[in-house]
Design a protein around this ligand. Structure first.
Ligand SMILES: *Cc1c(COP(=O)(O)O)cnc(C)c1O
Length: 423
């Protein structure tokens, strides 16, 4: 596989924190310690022969930024290293990554088996957009493994699950999903945006394809939208169910999925990442582990504080012992539980008053920033869904979602204490 995003052997041996910083770096001109931001659309060659060789795959080289770019390649190699995949492709957004990766696997008439606990955009992609192109999705409760198994039929070509449901905060047992996928010869695609590779490497849990919204914890400071597709290299695409991979498998062997994405689907859909955004997200990735450590600690403290507060009806955080997902999260994520939680007030009006009273925590539609963020999901990001879908997604009127930031915990707790006091 000659094009970008493929991992070098020596990078595979580095440890997690080292990979976050050194994975996929190439020295810049003048001894610069950063991969340059190559803000160029196209790349010139001296001779017609050279460009022909690149187009024919006989030589390595950049052609056009929609297909590849050195700055994008830095982030691709680093993400592939961090996730222990064989290659990665970065995209314009998390939704672009999910759409591109899913469309590379399925064809009209195929079925997707998906967890019903999904990010809103992914739910509408499956439920509405793909349905219009003859791809139907069978939604199952990710905790009900019997339903997962029952949901598979001879048209199923993909199993899709999120590591931590947003905003439901459920934690499916990914290894069990992987076992079902393996048994049926179907790839498992995992959206690991909320857990990040810091909580667990999805490949180790059995994911064949990993997708991320890098806009969240990977970028970490909310300055760039972006996404990534990582090929774990674990699925055998030489399979009668995937005849559309045959030409790619013949030429690119274990890189068949990456080749189909890069040379066909991603190239055609064109949802490519921007060089500046990739640079900024690469900067963010360097500090992922440090930030996640603090996000996890702070979230645990906020969860405990809210749980003890008389005005709070309930708290949903997998780190709390009373969460039905505590045991699986503890095992799967080595005792770390992420930075996201939800809590309930008496009713919607109280939830609104708490949000309006907060001074430090910002009210906006995002997660994974250094800043503490809150939102009322039922009236915003999930407002378009009918009540039964809201229920399926774990969205309720009295609920507030918190993306706990990395500020000093005392300041965060004082902010919530004051907001609840007068709510
Ligand atoms: C935000 C998010 C997405 C979509 O990512 P964008 O970068 O906003 O397109 C997908 N999945 C999850 C779990 C997310 O939180």
């Amino acid at each position: 596989m000659e094009s970008g995003g493929v991992l070098r052997e020596k990078e595979k041996r580095l440890r997690f924190n080292t990979k976050l910083i050194h994975g996929g770096t190439s020295p810049g001109p003048y001894g610069a310690t950063k991969t340059p931001i190559v803000q160029a659309s196209a790349f010139a060659y001296d001779t017609a022969e050279e460009l022909e060789d690149i187009f024919r795959g006989r030589a390595i080289g950049q052609v056009y930024t929609r297909i590849g770019n050195p700055t994008l390649e830095m982030l691709e190699k680093r993400l592939a290293a961090v996730e222990d995949g064989i290659a990665a492709i970065v995209t314009a957004s998390g939704m672009a990554a999910i759409t591109t990766a899913v469309m590379a696997v399925v064809r009209s008439g195929d079925e997707v088996l998906s967890s019903s606990s999904l990010f809103g955009g992914t739910y509408s992609l499956f439920h509405d957009t793909l349905a219009n192109f003859g791809i139907s999705t069978h939604f199952v409760d990710p905790v009900d493994l019997a339903a997962v198994e029952d949901g598979i039929n001879d048209k199923t070509r993909l199993i899709f699950v999120e590591t931590i449901g947003n905003p439901k905060m459920d934690v499916p047992d990914i290894a069990s999903f992987a076992a079902v996928a393996k048994k049926h010869g179907i790839p498992l695609m995992v959206d690991a945006t909320v857990s990040t590779p810091y909580l667990a490497r999805s490949k180790d849990l059995g994911a064949d394809i990993i997708v991320h919204s890098t806009s969240k914890y990977i970028n970490g400071t909310a300055n760039s939208i972006g996404g990534a597709i990582i090929d774990a290299g674990s699925f055998n695409w030489q399979n009668p169910k995937f005849q559309h991979f045959e030409q790619f498998h013949r030429k690119y062997r274990s890189f068949a999925f990456t080749a189909r994405v890069r040379k066909l689907i991603h190239k055609d859909f064109g949802a490519c990442a921007a060089p500046l955004n990739s640079f900024l997200s690469g900067e963010g990735l360097e500090t992922l582990a440090l930030r996640m450590e603090r996000h996890c600690c702070n979230a645990m403290e906020v969860a405990r504080f809210l749980q003890a507060h008389e005005k709070v009806a309930w708290v949903n955080y997998p780190g709390l012992e009373d969460s039905p997902f505590h045991e699986v999260a503890k095992r799967q994520f080595a005792g770390r539980f992420g930075g996201l939680l939800t809590f309930g007030l008496a009713d919607r009006a109280t939830a609104f008053r708490v949000i309006n009273n907060l001074r430090l925590a910002r009210n906006l539609a995002n997660i994974g920033d250094t800043k503490t963020l809150v939102i009322h999901p039922a009236s915003t990001i999930c407002a378009d869904y009918p009540p039964e879908v809201k229920a399926l997604m774990g969205v309720s009127e009295e609920q507030v979602r918190v993306s706990v930031g990395i500020e000093d915990i005392e300041d965060i707790l004082e902010d919530f204490a004051a907001a609840l006091e007068t709510a």
